[in-house]
Design a protein around this ligand. Structure first.
Ligand code: PEP
Ligand code: CO
Length: 399
């Protein structure tokens, strides 16, 4: 644990540490003004909702519930519509229903919606035809169009993201009420100025929570020791996720657990393994063994998407459905053989009938990818593929 980690936490204590994947706002005064305005807006979620989710995740850690996270890789302003919210909600509810019926367990459902806007990128700039522009970092930061005006990071975009998140959450709450399926929200707590502006403090207990969602996670590119993102998250009472990719070592994972959950609170930490079908069998067991030996309570969840991204021959970023299924199968077998519990699944999917991942029973081919490829970031499962995956997980949980 770095010295900085043990110091007093405040919503802005991350600012003295290394914050990766943040935009360079050309107008710092506009950023400051946007932050203080956002800080005066209503919380999107409540402390008690986050607490209830944490208690449910503690049940999942004990094998008495299962956790499903699903939704867009990146929400966008262009794809915002009631029809899209409703179809994604219904898909998550259908997956939860399938898994609940098969496993006999209560299913905790959480949508990558109402705040999943900011994206980490492998390079800070994109070069096309000799022109170099800032990389697209999600609609909350800049525009996807390849021109200087679109790509300039604009803090005013945070207001539109907040408004869309507010409206989406409102619609999710209505659907949950009408259809009797509670759905929590979750996203990567990546854009720290936005996340900080939405920290709220409970007047009675003094507890701080990230009110931008119920569940927040730290991405694979920002979860290094001494990171601003870890510092920010550690002071929040929300349940937290840590993405665990191939470069994560057991030693670093234990440092992260000590920083984020020093009191070893049940339900606090979900470890989201996203290794890739080819290497999960080698990469995951040492992490599970280290965590088990430490006694840290965690929920093991599988993200079979992010380690299985490939480029198709015709130039699309895609994910072969078979590799996704393979990683889920391996994950379940490995957690069980290591004495841990496969307690969750984390997927990128949409209620729209897109052609972004190849394979599945509808046999999306590389040639089909161009038909309905709409994602603003990573390729998502369409409803048929997502339900097929849910059937596999149901079979694995029912054993
Ligand atoms: C994501 O979930 O969209 C993402 C960027 O994941 P990771 O941090 O695991 O790469
Ligand atoms: Co993604």
């Amino acid at each position: 644990m770095g010295a900085a980690m043990s110091k007093a936490w405040s919503p802005d204590s991350w600012q003295s540490l290394e914050a990766r994947q943040q935009p360079d706002y050309p107008d710092p005064a506009a950023l400051t003004a946007a932050e203080s305005e956002l800080a005066s807006y209503p919380a999107l979620t409540s402390l008690s909702e986050a607490g209830r989710l944490k208690a449910q995740l503690a049940q999942a850690q004990a094998g008495r519930a299962f956790f499903v996270q699903g939704g867009d890789c990146a929400e966008s302003f262009a794809e915002f519509s009631p029809a899209n919210i409703d179809s994604s909600f219904r898909l998550i509810a259908a997956i939860a229903d399938t898994l609940g019926t098969a496993s006999g367990l209560p299913v905790i459902a959480s949508a990558r919606m109402a705040g999943q806007f900011a994206k980490p990128r492998s390079t800070g700039t994109e070069v096309k035809g000799g022109e170099s522009l800032p990389a697209y970092r999600g609609d909350i930061v800049n525009g996807i169009g390849f021109d200087p005006a679109s790509r300039a990071p604009d803090p005013a975009r945070m207001f539109r993201a907040y408004a869309q998140a507010y409206a989406t959450l409102s619609r999710l709450r209505t659907l949950a009420h009408d259809e009797g399926t509670a759905v929590y929200t979750c996203h990567e707590a990546l854009l720290l100025p936005y996340e900080q502006a939405l920290v709220r403090t409970d007047a009675e207990s003094g507890a701080a929570w990230g009110s931008s969602a119920h569940f927040l996670w730290i991405g694979d590119r920002t979860r290094f020791p001494g990171s601003a993102h870890v510092e920010f998250a550690r002071g929040l009472t929300n349940p937290l996720g840590i993405k665990c990719g191939p470069s994560l070592t057991p030693g670093v994972l234990l440092q992260l657990l000590e920083a984020l959950n020093p009191d070893r609170e049940a339900g606090r930490i979900t470890l989201i393994s996203r290794m890739g079908a080819g290497i999960v069998s080698n990469a995951l067991p040492p992490l599970i063994r280290a965590v088990e030996a430490s006694g840290h309570p965690v929920l093991w969840s599988c993200d079979p998407m992010h380690g299985n991204t490939v480029k198709s021959a015709n130039g699309y970023k895609t994910r072969p459905f078979e590799r996704i299924l393979d990683e889920v199968r391996s994950f379940c077998a490995i957690t069980r053989s290591e004495g841990a519990i496969p307690g969750g699944i984390h997927i990128e999917m949409t209620g729209q009938d897109v052609t972004e991942c190849t394979g599945g029973s509808a046999r999306v081919t590389e040639q089909d990818l161009g038909d309905r490829y709409h994602t603003h970031c990573d390729p998502r499962l369409n409803p048929a593929q997502a339900m097929e995956l849910a059937q596999l997980v149901a079979t694995l949980l029912a054993r």
